[in-house]
Design a binder for this molecule. Structure first.
Ligand code: LX5
Length: 648
């Protein structure tokens, strides 16, 4: 009977699950760069203003608004109890950077609290355990004998008072005066629909006008930094242990016009001196999150900055002519000097020192532009001029080109390239070997932006309809993970990689999917966030070659050794990009302890973390009995991190 039984069992094993045997090599092929996993940032979908940057008031200084269009100029502001609001071009502006002010007329016959309210960035989270720092500038354009108070507070959208404080206002104050105070709410409302208000006694001030400028409201910030970051988003990003932070963009570096490009020197110093700019994603950037805040953030998370400089091309199509690049290259030199220069040698570096940071910031890689394949014809001379000047001025820095690799040919030949790809999940799995074929000629690569952005069945690039994702799914996240095993295998030439975009406000987004979504009170890490986090928190110092995955297959893996711990750890990442489980057997050339830890992210193809199901898919921890040869079943649509301990 036995032969028949064995035959039938053998049949069963073949038809049910494929068996992949993976032989691991004990000799490392190359060290893995410490910068491999990091984050790409730009102010898109309110990633900065209304997101990571903790300012709670939207349109806080009426920057870049057209006073002939009051509806837009008053965006996020509303009248309280009949006050007449007008955004005006002030005859006596609070600063040359902020020409506009809010004129508040208290109508004759007013009574009760009258004034202004701000709804925040699509809501304001109010927490009675938090103390809020509020400020504004005011002046009476016509002096009056008024001596009284204004109430600075937080209210629900239905007018329930959540907390506030009275501050002194004087009618004799005809020049600008800044008021700084704190608000300690006594109530934590369930709703995020709350308002910041500044009101006065309508009867006392009936018929009078007060001008306001540069409002601001901050909750507690990450590391309690003034003008700092929103704690919950900052902590979510920090929990990825990123090694670099690309800033300030992406498209948002470039401007639609030369005049609206991002300019480092407009983003530094007192907030009242920052004009802001019309960003590239449909909203005004306050530039309260400026170069100093960006670079301080990098230090706070122990990250290198991959900092971009404007490269002479604006997205509206303008390239600066070859003979006119000088001032823009000088601005780039000043920007880099602000970050890393010697205060004794450079005014920009001296400015950094004057802000309390005499030492250089951690900048090693500087990117010349963004996606300059859109203007490849002029990038040839723009690259040549920028790199010639910058390399001579900063010989210790590395510079990245952003056009298509080797097309056009750039002189001098770039040592580093920033490559971007947005594709389908299957594209990422099918192209996990893309770097295996790259020549090893000393050139290094930054996979600066990548994400699976649609389904396979309705992909962006084919038919039928556009299957664009709103949030990552386990299909898209495992496609990215398959690609990342390739990046890790090729980390001898890939020195950095980052998913993009990093953040989006779910109420106002210009791009989906994103790594981390949020609203004004909650953060929603996606399935792709957990993939990025699993790779970043489970790094090795050196890569161990193994049996290569089938480039056309559906199961992918990478094996790294962590030599920075004793005993060394062997970290195996196994990715299954389809719904059927995948059986793998590992054969190791060294002895290991008999129990390994497993971190498993798995779910159904369309499983997704969303505001209504924020933790549908999160990493689960378990253990696995292992040996020099051991089997593992990778569930459908999964990323598994197997951590083994070597033994003597
Ligand atoms: C992409 C590429 C989304 C943006 C660009 C970045 O991350 O800002 O660098 O925009 S795109 O695809 O419209 O050009």
């Amino acid at each position: 009977m036995l032969p028949i039984l064995l035959t039938s069992l053998a049949f069963l094993s073949v038809s049910v699950k494929s068996q992949i045997t993976i032989v691991v090599n004990g000799t490392a092929s190359h060290p893995i760069p410490s910068t491999l996993w990091g984050q790409m940032f730009e102010d898109i979908s309110h990633s900065g203003d209304g997101g990571l940057y903790a300012e709670l008031l939207q349109n806080r200084a009426f920057q870049m608004v057209d006073t002939t269009d009051q509806t837009t100029a008053l965006n996020a502001w509303h009248s309280v109890n009949g006050a007449q609001l007008t955004v005006i071009e002030e005859t006596v502006p609070v600063s040359s950077a902020l020409p506009n002010a809010l004129s508040v007329v208290i109508p004759s016959g007013s009574s009760g609290q009258v004034g202004v309210g701000n709804e925040g960035y699509f809501g304001i989270k109010v927490n009675s355990s938090d103390t809020y720092n509020a400020s504004f500038f005011y002046r009476f354009p016509v002096a009056s004998s008024f001596n009284g108070t204004a109430t600075v507070g937080l209210q629900t959208s239905t007018g329930e008072f959540l907390g506030g404080i009275n501050v002194t206002l004087s009618g004799s104050q005809t020049s600008w005066l800044q008021v700084n105070t704190t608000i300690q709410p006594t109530i934590t409302p369930d709703s995020l629909t709350n308002n910041f208000t500044v009101t006065v006694d309508g009867a006392e001030l009936a018929g009078q006008t007060i001008n306001f400028a540069m409002f601001s409201l901050f909750p507690p910030t990450f590391k309690n930094r003034p003008n700092g970051m929103r704690i919950d988003i900052a902590e979510t990003l920090s929990a990825m242990a990123p090694s670099f932070f690309r800033l300030p963009g992406g498209n948002n570096l470039e401007g639609q016009t030369v005049a609206t490009r991002w300019q480092w020197n407009n983003t530094v110093g007192p907030l009242v001196d920052r004009p802001g700019r019309v960003g590239d994603w449909g909203y005004v950037n306050t530039d309260g999150l400026g170069i100093f805040e960006y670079l301080t953030w990098c230090e706070d998370l122990n990250m290198q900055a991959i900092m971009a400089v404007w490269s002479g091309f604006a997205l509206g199509g303008t390239s600066i002519a070859e003979d006119d690049l000088g001032p823009y290259i000088q601005q780039a030199i000043d920007q880099i000097n602000f970050a890393v220069g010697d205060p004794a040698e450079s005014d920009a570096a001296a400015l950094r020192a004057s802000l309390g940071h005499p030492d250089p910031f951690p900048v090693v890689h500087v990117e010349i532009g963004n996606e300059d394949f859109f203007a490849a014809d002029t990038y040839t001379y723009r690259w040549n001029q920028y790199i010639t000047a910058l390399q001579a001025t900063f010989p210790n820095l590395s510079f990245l080109a952003t056009s298509d690799t080797f097309n056009p040919i750039l002189i001098p030949n770039p040592a580093e390239w920033d490559i971007h790809v947005y594709q389908t999940p299957s594209w990422f799995a099918e192209n996990s070997f893309i770097y295996d074929g790259f020549e090893r000629n000393g050139t290094h690569y930054f996979e600066g932006e990548y994400a699976a952005i649609s389904t396979n069945s309705n992909d962006l690039f084919g038919t039928p309809a556009d299957g664009r994702l709103t949030f990552p799914t386990m299909e898209s996240s495992t496609g990215e993970a398959a690609f990342m095993t390739g990046l890790e295998r090729n980390s001898d030439i890939v020195f950095a990689a980052s998913y993009a975009p990093l953040l989006n406000h779910v109420v106002n987004s210009q791009w989906t999917p994103n790594l981390v979504s949020f609203d004004s009170g909650n953060v929603y890490p996606s399935t792709s966030y957990y993939v990025q986090q699993l790779f970043s928190l489970n790094r090795g110092d050196e890569y161990l070659p193994s049996t290569l995955p089938d480039a056309d297959g559906t199961t992918f893996w990478s094996v790294v050794r962590k030599t920075s711990v004793v005993p060394n750890e062997i970290i195996i990442k196994v990715v299954n990009t389809v719904g059927a489980a995948s059986n793998v057997t590992f054969q190791l050339p060294f002895s290991i302890e008999d129990t390994a830890t497993v971190q498993l992210l798995t779910g159904a193809e369309t499983d997704s973390n969303t505001p209504t199901a924020p933790s549908m898919v999160t990493p689960q921890h378990s253990s696995l009995v292992v040996g020099e040869t051991f089997a593992y079943t990778a569930p459908g649509f999964s990323v598994s991190i197997l951590t083994l301990i070597t033994s003597a």
